[in-house]
Design a protein around this ligand. Sequence first.
Ligand code: FAD
Length: 422
Amino acid sequence: MVLGAGLAGLGFARHCPGARVFEAEAAPGGYARSHEFAGAWFDQGAHICHSQDEDWLSLVCAAGPLHEMPKSVVLNHKAGHWFAYPVQNHLADLPPDQRDAALKDFLSAQEQYRGREPLNYEEWCRFQYGDYLLENFYRLYTAKYWHVPMAELATDWLGGRLLPSQVENILAGAKGHQEEMQAVFRTFRYPRQGGFEALIAPLYREADIRLNRRAVAVDAARRRVTFQDGAVEEYDALVSTIPLPALAGMIPDAPADVREAAGRLRALQHYCVNFVVDRENLSAANWFYVYDPDIAVSRVSFPFSLSGERNGRTAIQAEIFVPGDARPDETALREQAVADLGRLLKFSASEVAAAEICAYPMSYVVSDLARAAAVRHVRDWLRGRGIETAGLFGNWEYVWSDRAFAGGRALAEAKGREAGSS
Ligand SMILES: Cc1cc2nc3c(=O)[nH]c(=O)nc-3n(C[C@H](O)[C@H](O)[C@H](O)COP(=O)(O)OP(=O)(O)OC[C@H]3O[C@@H](n4cnc5c(N)ncnc54)[C@H](O)[C@@H]3O)c2cc1C
């Protein structure tokens, strides 16, 4: 039995014939779902396929026509200036005094911290980029995105996102604009229709998915799961891809230390303000990041530019991340986001065809210094009770979609080997 029909659950089901997948929502897909609004497809936050995993690509690229971007166009905005992403590789885009200060601090950090192991994200940025970029860019962005002091963040989440500095690239980028983008998403693919979910929708057909089945209690001793509708299902083996703290909370005999470790796990809440403006080409970017502390929006993407559609309009998704316990006024958040982007992208309120705000109560997991040990503690205990976990929230560790699917597949393959050898 699998809990959750997101990519990790689908990865398990595809490689474990006969597995039953119980999904709380009325539709499968989890965080990789998309929906249509005002004639545009919006994802749950910008999703692109930049995978290099050949197995994954051969599975999802057959789903339908794709828009292939050989070179992503990614920008940053701060205080009225636009500059290419990532800032350290494009110092020539900054005003000269800022460029010189950033370069000086970068070079002195290369000397001063050579060979030193950073203990946290703040040190990582200082050692890699120097104090100027740390204070004027990375600390500002961390405050509005992660809502956690940099010194409390670990560095284990960086692998898939920020790349370590390369001196030659940074020096070249300070001399003049360079075309090469040093980022994990240099190129990407995106469905021409249907949003990111169109890539994975064919996977739904091959799994035995039971929708509207929210697990509420797990009896690990008797191998039974109780669902919100009161039904009880028995299992031989249980794979959970639902949020790890929720799972720990569903097992009545979970000891205090396990509950306490699960209680230490933090995630952000995520709001997407989706809207369409009756004008084309409001930006050259596929997406951009906003460093300004007085603007709540952190990331802005352009769904028509991702899918390669041209129709005289611009679809915009503005993402806002807030701490797990924040309760913002959603109407005010939506209106402010549209107004702020009107100033940045120079459109007027009368050109906005329609706007919505979507709330996702659990988004990026916060990789603070407590996370890895707490996750290990909870998962070890669960494993001792015969419960395996997989995926973004199941393992409480950021993974891209291809890795979420591969995590589910790896568990199914391990179970297959176990069954074969017993
Ligand atoms: C903001 C954001 C942007 C991202 N951008 C990209 C990107 O650009 N490219 C990329 O490749 N990846 C991206 N990802 C990552 C990708 O979305 C995830 O890796 C993937 O969707 C996770 O799949 P999952 O199955 O692990 O989790 P989920 O998709 O969360 O699946 C878990 C499922 O469990 C269900 N569930 C929860 N509780 C219960 C319960 N009690 N009973 C039964 N079912 C339950 C949920 O409804 C859900 O369907 C992004 C992620 C985020 C958060």
